[in-house]
Design a protein. Structure first.
Length: 124
C-alpha cells in the first residue's frame, strides 16, 4: 500500500527497490519475474528506510497515513472484529516479554537470525 501510493517519492521507491535487489536476493525464486520478486521482498526495505519514510514532508506522510487508516478500517470491518476488545481482554492472557533492544535494532535494519532465516518462505 505504501509503495503504490502516489505520495511516495519515486526516487525513494527506486532506492528501496535497489536495496531490495542487493540485500534480499535470497527471496528470489528461479521462476519469479522482477515484479514478483520485488513485490514479495520489498517489505524487507521498510526497516532500513524507516528514517527516510518518517522524514517525508508532512503532506506526503499524512496522505500515506490516511490511506493506510482507511484500508485497515475497511479490513477490520470486513473481518467483523468490531466490539471484540472486551472478550479478548477477558479471555487472553498476555505473556510478559522483556524487549531486546539489540533484537529490535537488528530487525529494523533487516538483519535476521538463523532461526528466522530457517523459517523464511514457510508461508509461500
Amino acid at each position: 500500500m505504501i509503495y503504490e501510493h502516489p505520495s511516495l517519492p519515486a526516487a525513494l521507491k527506486e532506492e528501496m527497490y535497489a536495496w531490495t535487489r542487493a540485500h534480499a536476493s535470497e527471496e528470489r525464486k528461479p521462476t519469479d519475474t522482477e515484479q514478483q520478486f520485488l513485490y514479495k521482498a520489498r517489505k524487507k526495505a521498510i526497516g532500513p528506510f524507516k528514517r527516510q519514510l518518517w522524514s517525508l514532508d508532512a503532506t506526503a506522510r499524512d496522505a500515506i497515513g490516511a490511506t493506510l487508516q482507511e484500508r485497515f478500517a475497511f479490513l477490520m470491518k470486513k473481518l467483523n472484529i468490531g466490539g471484540t476488545a472486551d472478550p479478548v481482554r477477558r479471555l487472553v492472557t498476555v505473556a510478559a516479554i522483556e524487549p531486546s533492544r539489540s533484537a529490535e535494532t537488528n530487525a529494523a535494519a533487516g538483519i535476521i537470525t538463523a532461526a528466522e532465516r530457517k523459517a523464511e518462505g514457510l508461508s509461500d
